[in-house]
Design a binder for this molecule. Sequence first.
Ligand code: NAI
Length: 186
Amino acid sequence: MIKETISSTEMSEMTGISSYQIRKDLAFFGEFGKRGVGYPVKELVHSLKTILGSSRKWDIVIVGAGNLGEALLRYKGFQKRGFYVKAVFDYDESKIGKVICGVKILHVHDLVRFLKKWKIKIAIIAVPADAAQFVVDQLVLGGIQSILNFAPTALKYPDGINLNSIDISIELQRMIYFLNQKIKMD
Ligand code: NAI
C-alpha cells in the first residue's frame, strides 16, 4: 500500500538527516506538512521536483570521453533524475563518431555550435586539468550556465556561471582527517 503521509522522523530514518533539519529545510520553501499528521507524500514529491527543477528534462553534455567521461555516460542514474546526455565531446580523432549507450562522441571543435543549437545549459568536464580552462571558455561561449567540473584545477569563469568542482581525493582526505581524530580519541 502506498503511504499517504510521511513524518520528518521517518524521512530522517531513511536519509540519516536529522528530523529537525528536514523540518527546517522544508519550512524554508513553504508550509508542506501538518503537525502530528506529517507531509502528504504526493504533494511533497511534486513540490520537491518543482523546487529542484527536476520535474523537467535537462539535456547535458560531457566533455572528455576518457575513463571518467565514459563511466558517467554509462551511469543510468542521471536519467532517473531527469538528466539526458545529449552528446560527448573529445578531441581524440580515434574516438570521434563512436556511439556509447546511444550517445555520439563529437569533436570538441563543434562544441560551441552544438550547445547553441540545442540551447544546452549544463555540462560536465572530464578532461585532464591542463585542458579544462580551454573547455570552460568554450562552454561559456556556447551559453552554458552550470558546469560540474572533475578536473583538479582552479578555473576562471565569468560571474553568473555556476561551476561546481568535485574532487574525490579531497573527500578521501577529509575522511582520513576524521579517522585520525577518532584514532586519537580511542
Ligand atoms: P582520461 O585521460 O581517461 O580522459 C580524458 C579525455 O579527455 C580523453 O579522452 C582526452 O582525449 C580528452 N581530452 C583531452 N584534452 C581535451 C580537449 N582539449 N578537448 C576535449 N577533450 C579532451 O582521463 P580520466 O581518467 O577520464 O580523467 C578525466 C579528468 O577527471 C581528469 O582531469 C582527472 O584528473 C579527473 N578525475 C577526477 C576525479 C574526481 O574525483 N574529481 C576522479 C577521476 C578523474
